[in-house]
Design a protein around this ligand. Structure first.
Ligand SMILES: [Zn+2]
Length: 120
């Protein structure tokens, strides 16, 4: 784990930091960072937004001495990327959808005109 005061890596069992002498009690000492793990998994296989939220929580915990900081950072990055991809997909989907509907509307109009011509 890391000392919450000076940031030096110290033994998981240390009660006092050998570098700065601070008593280690308030820190989340060597505790498995479940939020970071959950965030990473969620970002990878589930919702990017949920993954991002959990990863941010995990990152905060990692900064307070818990482990899995790399996992939390990865979760944040994947979460942001996934959100961007979903955003782009939505924009592309709507752009294509709107032009498709416009083309469809034109085709129907032309078909109607042709039908009227035939009827006459
Ligand atoms: Zn220290």
């Amino acid at each position: 784990m890391y000392c919450p005061n000076c940031g030096n890596e110290i033994s998981d069992n240390a009660s006092v930091c050998p570098e700065c002498g601070r008593t280690i009690s308030g820190a989340i000492t060597g505790k498995t960072n479940q939020a970071a793990i959950a965030g990473f998994v969620l970002a990878l296989v589930g919702s990017g937004l949920l993954g991002l939220i959990f990863s941010c929580v995990g990152l905060t915990r990692a900064n307070r001495g818990s482990d899995c900081k790399g996992l939390a950072v990865a979760g944040v990055i994947i979460g942001i990327l996934k959100l961007l991809v979903s955003l782009i997909s939505v924009i592309v989907f709507f752009t294509i959808g709107i032009s498709f509907l416009a083309a469809l509307g034109e085709a129907i109009e032309q078909a109607e005109e042709a039908a009227i011509m035939l009827a006459l």
